[in-house]
Design a protein around this ligand. Structure first.
Ligand code: SF4
Length: 345
């Protein structure tokens, strides 16, 4: 078996930042119960590891006691949640990804200018709930072209579409084309809303999937971008499976040893889980590992302002250090084999 490891894969800067926020808060307030509104990122291992450290995940702001620390997840929140948290006297720390905040700002701006917003995305996703909440009277969610006939449009000349950050670029293009056909004057967002991490991970899979007999996506089933990676591999004609970790591997997926297996990971999946899957395949099938570099990423985000201020007040030296994601280093002891080739290096 040959394992092809895609780059980029796994953590994006927004997920890294959100996880660092909870880590920092735990360090700053030892012994205090830390609450997180919604799963900090959509990965069951990340959430489970924080639960093991005492973090309590809540789905309403009514649950934490007054005065408690409440971290908002990377997916963002509607303003009503922020306001209610303040009313209840909670100390909020906002780990919303800045690229989600950008879409919120666009929604606010267009609604103020009198536009109706067609938000392309998944209705019940936390991010879409948050963005819709910025302009609830002006926003309608479009999940597929089939939704277009039932949209209520006041003025087709004052329409804009925005998108969820983690959509499939292929699916979004189909919906946006349908919106443009129905409403030729519809405006586009000033810059692409589907984020760099989603786009790059999808493009890497699109580029490499046809070289493989099987694509394994490491991620959780509630992770939108992980599910999209699986669909993109399948659309390229290669069977693909979404698994949380090595325990999800099934013998029947490897009837002849599946000679070439492409491995990627959603933006919320920790790299140690990727390494665990590689170790398992190396042990079972004597697999070799090749890394395939499609894009280099160097995005970085700052920690939330109020957290940085608290860190500085407590004398923490690196409060202003930007959060970035280092490219994973593949080593024999972690992955089971040294990489045979590293393209692009
Ligand atoms: S997937 Fe994109 S929008 Fe979501 S946290 Fe990562 S960088 Fe931010």
């Amino acid at each position: 078996m040959r394992i092809l490891l895609t780059n980029p894969r796994g953590f994006c800067a927004g997920v890294r930042m959100a996880i660092d926020v909870v880590d920092r808060v735990l360090d700053l307030f030892p012994g205090e119960t830390i609450y997180v509104y919604h799963e900090i990122v959509h990965n069951k291992h990340v959430v489970g590891r924080f639960r093991d450290r005492g973090v309590v995940f809540v789905e309403t702001v009514e649950e934490p006691p007054p005065g408690a620390i409440l971290v908002f997840s990377a997916h963002g929140i509607p303003p009503s949640v922020r306001e209610r948290a303040a009313e209840r006297g909670l100390h909020a720390i906002d780990a919303t990804c800045p690229l989600v905040t950008k879409v919120h700002s666009e929604a606010i701006r267009y609604a103020r200018q009198g536009y109706q917003i067609l938000l392309v995305g998944h209705k019940n996703h936390q991010e879409v709930i948050g963005t819709t909440g910025e302009a609830p009277g002006a926003t309608q969610v479009v999940q597929s072209p089939a939704d277009i006939p039932s949209l209520r449009i006041a003025d087709p000349e004052r329409l804009v579409y925005l998108t969820q950050t983690t959509l499939s670029t292929d699916d979004a293009a189909v919906i946006i084309d349908a919106l443009r056909s129905a409403f030729p004057a519809i405006k586009s967002p000033p810059s692409e809303d589907i984020c760099y991490a989603t786009t790059n991970r999808q493009q890497a899979v699109r580029t490499l999937a046809t070289e493989a007999d099987l694509v394994l996506v490491i991620g959780s089933t509630n992770s939108s971008n992980s599910v999209r990676l699986t669909e993109i591999a399948q659309n390229a004609g290669t069977p693909a499976r979404l698994i949380d970790d090595a325990s999800g591997l099934r013998d029947e997926w490897f009837p002849t040893g599946a000679e070439v297996v492409l491995i990627t990971a959603g933006a919320s999946a920790p790299e140690d889980l990727v390494a665990g899957v590689c170790r398992e395949l190396v042990a079972r099938f004597d697999a070799t590992i090749e890394t395939r570099d499609i894009f280099d990423e160097d995005m970085e985000f700052a920690l939330p302002g109020n957290l940085r201020r608290t860190m500085k007040d407590r004398g923490v030296p690196d409060a202003d250090r930007p959060i970035r994601v280092a490219k994973p280093v593949v080593t024999a002891d972690l992955y089971g084999a040294v990489p045979l080739t590293i393209e692009g290096e």
